[in-house]
Design a protein around this ligand. Sequence first.
Ligand SMILES: [Fe+2]
Length: 483
Amino acid sequence: MTLHVDRIDLADAIRTGVNPYLVGPYAPTRDELTLTDLEVVGEIPDDLNGVYVRNGPNPQHEPDGRYHWFDGDAMVHSVHIADGQATYRNRWVRTDGFQRERQAGSPLWKGIIEPPGDNPPGEPEKDTANTDILFHNERLLALWYRSGKPYALDPVTLETLGAEDFGGTLRCEVSAHAKADERTGELMFFDYGMKPPYMRYGVVSPQGVVRHFIGIDLPGPRLPHDMAITDRYSILMDLPLYNDPEATRHGRFKLFFDNDKPSRFGVIPRFGNSARVRWFEADPCFIYHSVNSWEEGDEIVMDVCRVKHPEPRTDLEGPLANVLSYLRLDAHMHRYRFNLRTGKTTEQTIDDDNSEFPSINNNVLGTPSRYAYNMHISPESTLLFDGLMKYDVHTGAAETHWFGDGRWGSEAPFAPRPGSTEEDDGYLVSYVYDEREGLSEVEVLDARDVTAGPLCRIKLPVRVPIGFHATWVPAERLPGGSA
Ligand SMILES: [Fe+2]
């Protein structure tokens, strides 16, 4: 596999045909490591104990055909902090597809940009589990954005425990961005697909058993990426971004944004049946990620990162045009209010700066919250994060920690300070790749004062490739309840 050190930008990619998602900060890593005695600049706060873990794509073999960033096998990277010491681990997730390709010694699947003709029969896409990572019932779950098997991992060793079927009670797949309610221990999830009812929704109990499972009727196949929860409701999305029906007939992947259709949001009581879904309409858009949602009088409030231009770009040419045209992200903080009494939706922009990959204090998930921690998207065109923004959603104001020249951050989960009562009393942790050193580190910020810069930097002697979603597991929630 080619392992160029230097990043290349979009113009270089178009000129040279070198895929920017296989080089520089994105280049896959080959080794699975456990590294202790890491150098720390500053001091790790003594009340920061737990596991920071991030998922992302990392192909184990040289891709067969054009590589899309979303194709790679899941690799999780963790830093386990205990008593002021940090241990780094990275492991591939042993999905069925990963194991079969490992045995074969070469790819069995082509990526989503290539025709799937020669892919394994009945499996047009490899279920990689490479997108999201969350913690539920003492295990990590790696989830895939196209809906697949949830893979359970040990939160400390990162060993793959296997595909999670919740004791045989799971009757569908699970999409990325299921929601774990830390106050009740329940896990709300959805999946989506090509056959009616096109979406399904369920609730897993704190003990890991599917207690509720229903179909959600959509007008056709959709590509939802996230959902939201409040104390009592779940919010599901029907957005007018489709797989082009003509392309689908030919087994290809091509997005189509229908600006004439509304966005629709389905509000359903957590344990409601299909007939209880209430649909709210809003202006057409696409949304990758919700920030938080809560109940306020007759209304459900939902904050999201709303994509401004969901349609693929059409100004690119060359062999990688198809790959690159889908890989842009131009989103801003946006608020919906769904009035359960009148059935009306209102929406407003919170801020128009370009940010995504939001985190919040998960202790307030589903309840009124004030702060969101978003990654600021660099004007660089290959989806790099140049700053971490702390939003006050009451005012739309943001404070930003900039990572510095040639330094790129990663989704930064919130680690609450033990015993904290203020929403922003805790830490933010983020992998930062420094392209001058070719190495990564973990920055730890005080969430109350992000502009003060990192409290400490945990230096890694390796590079953590740019990836997708992350979470923080406090030490007291780890199996055994200690660090
Ligand atoms: Fe996502």
